[in-house]
Design a protein. Structure first.
Length: 174
């Protein structure tokens, strides 16, 4: 008998995370939405539509939470996509308040999820991000700056994350 075999799934979003266990540092992630989401916007993006987020757990774990029902069921994004094509009263998994995550932009992820884009977590924003006591706002700032960088390249950020906007808001309120 050889040595015991350990199968560890590596995260594609962080060199230190496995896909179930986070490395305890923070992570930035980018989700590309299906082109159909463009129907919701008057001003279209020629490049595409992205959600930019941050999480303290592994990106895989956080991703599963977006598709988890309150009863614990995890719905496959492709099955959910087909379900959303049905009339609302025939849908098995509508936006009925039965999801663990209800925050504003999350229903858009459920409706239009295409894929993760770890390749768009551009330098110098690569994961993981250590918590710094002296700089508590670091991960928010990085998230906003990454979003601005992608927006400058022509992507539309569907959850409104932006360091420029954050700064403006802060200046206006002081
Ligand atoms: Zn990690």
């Amino acid at each position: 008998m050889g040595p015991p075999l350990f199968i560890v799934m590596r995260s594609e979003h962080c060199p230190k995370c496995t896909d179930l266990e986070g490395c305890r540092d923070s992570h930035l992630y980018v989700i590309q939405l299906k082109e159909e989401i463009a129907d919701n916007y008057e001003k279209k993006s020629y490049k595409g539509y992205l959600y930019v987020g941050q999480t303290g757990v592994s990106v895989e774990k956080r991703g599963k939470m977006n598709f988890t029902r309150r009863d614990g069921t995890i719905v496959d994004p492709d099955l959910l996509y087909l379900d959303r094509k049905k009339p609302e009263d025939e849908q098995k998994w509508p936006e009925d308040g039965g999801w663990v995550y209800e925050a504003k932009s999350i229903p858009k992820i459920r409706a239009y999820f295409l894929k993760y884009r770890p390749d768009l977590v551009l330098p110098p924003f690569e994961n993981p991000h250590k918590f710094e006591k002296e700089d508590k706002g670091k991960i928010d700032r990085y998230e906003g700056k990454l979003a601005d960088k992608l927006a400058n390249k022509g992507w539309r950020i569907i959850n409104g994350v932006s360091w420029k906007k954050m700064k403006k808001r802060r200046n206006n309120s002081s």
